[in-house]
Design a protein around this ligand. Structure first.
Ligand code: UTP
Length: 476
């Protein structure tokens, strides 16, 4: 690189308080230099000094000021007086799908550090009998929905720079799981550096920065910047059905939810489940000074977590499962001015392997040594018109794969997939062998291509062979 260009970059980094990034420049090879420059290029430096001041050197107050009240939710199933409204909503949602106005969006850009799986989380094999990867389950559900509604249902998959190539290769290797490849659209989210506690960008090696995806809140700007939003508009999409890659029970499209969203003229709707316990580690839907929003479990004052309403039920019971319907026009409006749009940053203190910026020696920390920042999609809810929150049944729709073992792990997700399959079968009138303690005495998997829900399964009851005790059964 000409020395003038080098000096310019150096002066720029010095201006932002990050000149150490070039410390090892003299000893780098040409390829390493190019790699370092590419990383530097990825960073939006302008907002960094302020961000470092407030969120890295400073600790933003997590104290939630204002009046916190429970949020109104729509029930998962229509009670008597709502039956007609729900029927109408389901019809409307079906119509939107059939008219080609719905796109599916899966966020799959995360690093999956807690799971510890090498590779994009969507490639993780989860189904209990056939060991299908998460991506395959969703692909099959989308394929089944395309057939059911005779609609295209384009699928937008958000990746991050760290897993984009691997993710796309995975789809190629599996021939897009029989989906038309032009209807699977990948787009990549932005990254943000990790910082030392005194605000220096960390180096992963002498020629790479520690860069992390900017959180699922990054979806909004990534949709705009990648051209995916434009692509949606070109296809006539008006509403996005959003969910996370690590929830194998997620339904990629739900006519009732989409219909309720549309009827309420909501710009961003959400699904919630009843919390498993007062302190469950999920985001809580609340009204903060009258506005619907999600606050993290750690930010809900403990007294409120334990509060009961006049019916003796948990007052703050609506837990977020990160399933949303978003209007394309809403994303358009929010991101119209790319440079000024920002969701709030959230700070996490983490252990990050890096190199010493002076000696280049590798640091494997025992204690958190780094600050990572990310944005959350749910912070867009208070910016939306008429946001609604719909209850969903956890056992039907939520069992995330977050950890290697224990709670919210592959083991619990597989267990919940089997329990759901057993329930659907029994609802259809098929006998499921049970153990004395009530658990199914069989490992059962229902392919999304066979049935997307209990009703579809019931329609195909005659094709289902008896479930044998103690055996693995695949219904597909
Ligand atoms: P999590 O917040 O659980 O993070 O993501 P993660 O990266 O999967 O796992 P950990 O925290 O490192 O263990 C929830 C969902 O949001 C997506 C993830 O892929 C997952 O589907 N996500 C998260 C993104 O797409 N981008 C991000 O920057 C963060």
């Amino acid at each position: 690189m000409p020395s003038q260009q080098y000096e310019r970059i150096k002066a720029r980094l010095t201006g932002y308080g990050q000149p150490h990034l070039l410390h090892f420049w003299p000893e780098l090879s040409d390829t390493e230099r190019a790699s370092l420059l590419a990383d530097i290029e990825r960073v939006a430096f302008e907002p960094l000094p302020k961000l470092v001041e407030t969120h890295v050197r400073g600790h933003p107050s997590v104290h939630i000021g204002g009046r916190i009240e429970p949020v109104d939710t729509l029930p998962a199933r229509a009670d008597g007086k709502r039956a007609e409204q729900y029927e109408e909503a389901r019809r409307r949602g079906t119509e939107l799908i059939c008219q080609g106005r719905v796109a599916v969006l899966t966020v799959a850009g995360g690093q999956g550090t807690r799971l510890g799986y090498r590779g994009p989380k969507g490639c993780f094999e989860i189904s209990p009998v056939r060991h299908k990867p998460l991506f395959q389950l969703f692909a099959e559900a989308i394929l089944a929905a395309r057939r059911r509604y005779a609609a295209r249902l384009p699928w937008y998959v958000m990746t991050s720079p760290g897993n984009d190539v691997q993710t796309q290769k995975f789809f190629e290797a599996h021939r897009f799981f029989d989906l038309p490849r032009e209807d699977v659209i990948f787009f990549t989210q932005g990254v943000i550096p990790a910082f030392s506690h005194d605000g220096l960008i960390l180096l992963e090696s002498k020629h790479n920065l520690v860069l992390s995806p900017d959180g699922h809140g990054g979806t909004l700007l990534a949709l705009r910047r990648s051209g995916a939003l434009q692509d949606m508009k070109g296809r006539g999409t008006t509403v996005i059905s959003y969910f996370q890659v690590d929830n194998p029970l997620a339904k990629p499209v739900d006519p009732l939810f989409l219909g309720l969203h549309d009827r309420a003229r909501s710009e961003m709707s959400s699904k919630a489940v009843s919390k498993a316990d007062d302190l469950e580690r999920v985001g809580n839907f609340v009204r903060l000074d009258g506005k619907v929003q999600v606050i993290e479990y750690s930010d809900l004052p403990e007294e409120l977590s334990h509060r009961r309403n006049d019916k003796g039920l948990r007052a703050f019971d609506a837990g977020s499962i990160a399933i949303h319907a978003l209007d394309v026009a809403f994303v358009e409006r929010l991101t119209a001015d790319e440079s000024s749009f920002a969701l709030p940053w959230h700070r996490a203190d983490k252990k990050v392997t890096c190199v010493d910026p002076h000696t280049g020696k590798r640091i494997e920390p025992d204690e958190p040594n780094a600050v990572k920042l990310e944005t959350f999609i749910f912070d867009a809810i208070p910016l939306a018109r008429n946001p609604i929150v719909c209850q969903a049944l956890r056992r039907e729709e939520f069992s995330p794969v977050k950890n290697a073992t224990g709670v919210d792990s592959a083991e619990t997700a597989r267990r919940d997939m089997v329990l759901r399959a057993a329930r659907w079968l029994e609802q259809a009138g098929v006998d499921v062998p049970r153990l004395p303690d009530g658990r199914p005495n069989a490992v059962i998997e229902i392919s999304p291509l066979f049935a997307l829900d209990a009703e579809m399964l019931a329609e195909r009851k005659s094709e289902i062979l008896p479930i044998r005790p103690g055996e693995s059964t695949y219904i597909g």
